[in-house]
Design a protein around this ligand. Structure first.
Ligand SMILES: [Zn+2]
Length: 245
């Protein structure tokens, strides 16, 4: 049976002289790995090798014994070729697709996340610099965490449940406890890190990200990367190109 969907290429590896194994994040089926036979031939029906970040309509057959579907058609709609012209934007977009690759499953569809990834690629392509790119990446990471049910608790202390408000003079975050910890409870969490009030304010209300300062934005991205790595139990390959400190 053939299935039609929209997808973004989140991995492309050579399979043979002429073929590739490509992983798409599709809107309707989630992550999908497929063999694209003959895709590296210049006269292939795919119009040449399929590249990372390509987005478009695809048609594929059922998954075979090796866990691979066969890609029969791919028509690129939006290319994000301009991403490669700006290293900061490219690195942020690369981390976005690595996160999707690592945190979603095959046949687990998340249309909202798909749209979020398209937005990330589209907007980082035209963004003005590091601060804007990081803000776009953070918004995408929050969407991802919500979609996969991993968003930490940023509205109250995970231990005593006291609501986060302006009376908190110290704010801590613990990856293992999955959220904020207040000054009265922090002693019980060995992995907690202290964060600034500014970071606490943005994390508890992401609408504040728009007006956040560079320092705050950088720190939040560091915190989220360390949280993701803790959840995955391994480093993210592209994170070191985004986190500079
Ligand atoms: Zn507490």
């Amino acid at each position: 049976m053939l299935t039609k969907d929209r997808g973004i290429c989140i991995r492309a590896v050579d399979y043979s002289e002429t073929s590739q194994v490509v992983t798409f994040f599709t809107r309707g089926q989630g992550k999908l790995s497929a063999i694209a036979k003959g895709s590296k031939r210049s006269k292939s029906s795919f119009g040449g090798p399929i590249e990372l970040f390509s987005e478009g309509e695809l048609v594929f057959s059922d998954t075979g014994r090796e866990g691979l579907a066969t890609l029969t058609e791919f028509e690129e709609g939006r290319g994000f070729g301009r991403l490669s012209g700006n290293l900061v934007c490219l690195n942020c977009a690369s981390l976005g697709i690595e996160l999707v690759r690592e945190l979603t499953d095959e046949q687990d569809s998340h249309p909202g996340l798909y749209d979020g990834l398209v937005r990330l690629l589209q907007n980082t392509e035209g963004c003005r610099g590091r601060l804007d790119a990081l803000k776009l990446l953070i918004m995408f990471e929050v969407t991802l965490l919500q979609e996969v049910g991993l968003l930490p608790v940023f509205q109250r202390c995970v231990s005593c449940k006291r609501g986060y408000d302006s009376k908190w003079d110290q704010v801590y975050f613990s990856s293992s406890a999955n959220g904020f910890v207040c000054r009265d409870c922090e002693g019980g969490f060995v992995d907690k890190v202290r964060i600034s009030r500014e970071c606490g304010d943005v994390l508890s209300d992401f609408n504040r990200l728009v007006g956040a300062k560079q320092e705050t934005v950088e720190r939040i991205e560091e915190l989220l990367v360390s949280y993701f790595q803790n959840v995955l139990g391994k480093p993210l390959k592209t994170a070191r190109y985004v986190i500079t400190s």
